[in-house]
Ligand binder design. Sequence first.
Ligand code: DGL
Length: 259
Amino acid sequence: MSKRIAFFDSGLGGLTVLSKAMDELPNEDFLFFADTLHVPYGVKKTEDVKRFIHQSIETIVKEDVKAVVIACNTATSLAITELRDKYEIPVIGMEPAVKPAVEINRPTGKRVLVFATAITLKESKYIDLVRRVDDINIVDSLPLPELVEFCEALNFDNNVINDYFLKKLENYDLNEYGTVVLGCTHYPFYKRFLMKLLPKHIQIVDGSKGTIKRLTQILNANSICNLSGKHDVKFLCSNHSEEYLRKMKTALDIFRDIT
Ligand code: DGL
């Protein structure tokens, strides 16, 4: 039997990346692992989070998977290099889609607003990325920690979410912006709220498409594609909670329904 492709996140966010993979790779089987013992990552101490990431990936590789997608911008920014050095199987990471966003806005000079976790925004991987691609100084960044909490609670209440975004964005002149980057994999669960709230000219981008494109290239290059998979998803979580396993399935269904 061909092996599964693993997806890893602190919690439910990585499902937004898994969903893209399910669309693009219909003959593969998947494993989704959430580090429920430690979610959320984005507001914790970096040294602790690094340890949680390594523990999680050790559990995942015991499942004999053929590749691991780090479906978490925070984990990628903290550990991708070490993980690639440590494991022989391909490890695919993700980063906020700042480069395409800057290019979209280069002709108009409109600004880019990147939403991501506090850890992602303060790590050198992100700071170097912005320094490299934003030569016209149009990128602003904003952490949205409560959005991860809302997502983990499957809170999609219109009033709560709209009020939250309005408060967070009250000091921004949104007409100055051309693109919003969702740089945390939990945030695409709330894209439809943002679409209603933001001025119509603002594009919303995330890193899922690029990540799955890269995964596909790597599967092909290593000749490890599955031609007979059943699109099966095995769910695991670090606290072994049956309730959370059910919640993951529900969240995946919700996300696939709204996209
Ligand atoms: N979903 C994760 C990310 O893409 C992390 C969210 C969290 O645990 O704070 O950054």
